[in-house]
Write a protein that binds this ligand. Structure first.
Ligand code: NAD
Length: 479
């Protein structure tokens, strides 16, 4: 396991140092990964550079790239159970969630495999005697820095569109969960991608990650993770004169109006925060309810939330442990602080008594009504913590919904069609759901944030645009 995947081969890290791989469900180490150095990153970027500039990858047609991506989708599907087991053990998520993640991963390669030869340029009417063509070209070598919450899905989400366009890639998965990325590198090879098209270097952010973003051979970087590190990435990218997309999380609201269908809303509101133990950038972590129905809605929500059960991956309950002891301590500190601040704790889930005492479990918690300025109402917890607040009317709902530094996803629950449009258009979010919620939904659907949630768009055809650039060709053919 303690190897990097560089230039189509498994290579030992230059420094020889390793990091332990810890199972969140037990807290015990079960393997190790290479602690990548700047030298390892340099080797990977050079391999990608060569594959793009002189190697076989740079000469592939869009149709050939599409076929390779489609083959990879098929290989992911035929190895789905193996990949799901790897992912569940590495992240602690329930097996059924890991299986769903692998299905989504295959869909990324299927979607972008089909899209590869459907990204077209355009012509622009210009002066008499001129022909103007706008070509869509790859950036060249793209860097991909991944988080630990959906490692397998993220592998597809960020690599598939970049490869479809024709970039050569270097991926640095999160040090806390990279087992699926290493297994997927084997499948990349099996799918027939030329050496150097995909490279995977494991290691820590401050060493391998920053070396990647700062490397002079890199042309673009895609990052998903914390706002703090996102800022660092953007500064490093600026120093390197390259662009970046940042996907940094959120404090996404549900807006529940008095005419909402409670039966439809309640299970969706619960799942939107419990899914993946709340470790989802697009988790629905605030529920804003019109005051006239606040008590009635909350009574139902409390009852549903209290039924949430937490367990190990093979127990396949509503959610699993938190990824690391450090993250669990961070989540618990938010819960403790809300309690100390006097925010009422309305409901808690239960941890199955059969879990390993060494695992990183926390009890899902529902707080409310929270003062609007309280930390729990404004900051991303990245854990199974839901906060409720009442609003007075539509204008107040907008103020509250748009009142954090984030702007990733939002949901509106109302039967009033005009209100759906009015509110939806004014929400500060990259995705707005009406009478539904789709944390991470839809490979086809453009996704991304505003403000502290980041910028740039992933998924759908939007990702093909972000992973490519235009070149305008102006031809004077005379009149
Ligand atoms: P992080 O931002 O520290 O790590 C994300 C990735 O960035 C990892 O691969 C890491 O190695 C890398 N990285 C870290 N420092 C770097 C640097 N200086 N240069 C280059 N790469 C670097 O996230 P974390 O510490 O694992 O989690 C902390 C918080 O981040 C969470 O509590 C949560 O709020 C947020 N988070 C968000 C998402 C998301 O999907 N938006 C995912 C994971 C974590």
């Amino acid at each position: 396991m303690a190897r990097h995947f560089i230039d189509g081969d498994w290579v030992a890290g230059s420094g020889g140092a390793t990091l332990p791989v810890v199972e969140p469900a037990t807290g015990r180490a079960f393997g190790e990964i290479a602690d990548g150095t700047g030298e390892d990153v340099d080797r990977a970027v050079r391999a990608a550079r060569h594959a793009y500039d002189e190697g076989a990858w740079g000469r592939t047609t869009a149709t050939e790239r599409g076929r390779m991506l489609t083959r990879l989708a098929d290989l992911v599907s035929s190895n789905a159970e193996d990949l799901a087991s790897i992912e569940a053990r590495d992240t602690g998520k329930p097996m059924s969630v890991a299986r769903a993640d692998v299905t989504a991963l295959a869909r990324y390669f299927e979607f972008y495999g089909g899209a590869a030869d459907k990204l077209h340029g355009e012509t622009i009417p210009y002066l008499a005697g001129y022909l103007v063509q706008v070509l869509r070209e790859p950036h060249g070598v793209t860097g991909h820095i991944l988080p630990w919450n959906y490692p397998a899905q993220m592998f597809g989400r960020t690599l598939a569109p970049s490869l479809a366009v024709g970039n050569a890639t270097v991926l640095k998965p999160a040090e806390d969960a990279c087992a699926s990325a290493l297994r997927l590198a084997e499948l990349v090879m099996e799918a027939g991608f030329p050496a150097g098209a995909v490279n995977v270097v494991t290691g820590r952010g401050a060493s391998a990650g920053s070396a990647l973003v700062s490397h002079p051979g890199l042309d673009f970087v895609s990052f998903t993770g914390s706002p703090e590190v996102g800022q660092t990435i953007q500064k490093l990218a600026a120093d390197n004169y390259i662009g970046c997309t940042l996907e940094l999380g959120g404090k996404s609201p549900h807006l529940v109006f008095a005419d909402a269908d409670f039966d439809a809303a309640i299970p969706v509101v619960c799942k939107a925060i419990i899914q993946n133990s709340g470790q989802t950038c697009s988790a629905g972590s605030r529920v804003l309810v019109e005051r006239s129905v606040y008590d009635a809605f909350m009574e139902r929500l409390v009852e549903a939330f209290s039924r949430t059960r937490v367990g190990a991956p093979d127990m396949d309950l509503d959610c699993g442990p938190i990824i690391t002891a450090r993250q669990r301590a961070r989540v618990q500190s938010f819960i403790d602080r809300a309690g100390a601040d006097g925010v009422p704790l309305l409901a808690e889930g239960t941890i199955d008594p059969g879990v390993d005492a060494g695992g990183f479990y926390v009890r899902p918690s529902l707080f409310g009504p929270a003062p609007r300025a309280n930390v729990i109402a404004r900051e991303e917890v990245f854990g199974p913590v839901l906060v409720a607040m009442p609003f007075e009317d539509e204008a107040d709902a907008m103020t509250l919904a748009n009142g954090t530094d984030y702007g990733l996803v939002a949901a509106i629950w109302t039967r009033d069609g005009a209100r759906q449009m009015r509110v939806g258009r004014r929400l500060r979010a990259g995705q707005v759901f009406v009478n539904t919620y789709g944390a991470g939904a839809g490979i086809e659907l453009p996704f991304g944030g505003n403000g502290k949630s980041g910028h740039g768009r992933e998924k759908g055809f939007a990702a093909l645009h972000d992973f490519s650039r235009t070149k305008t060709m102006v031809l004077n053919h005379g009149v």
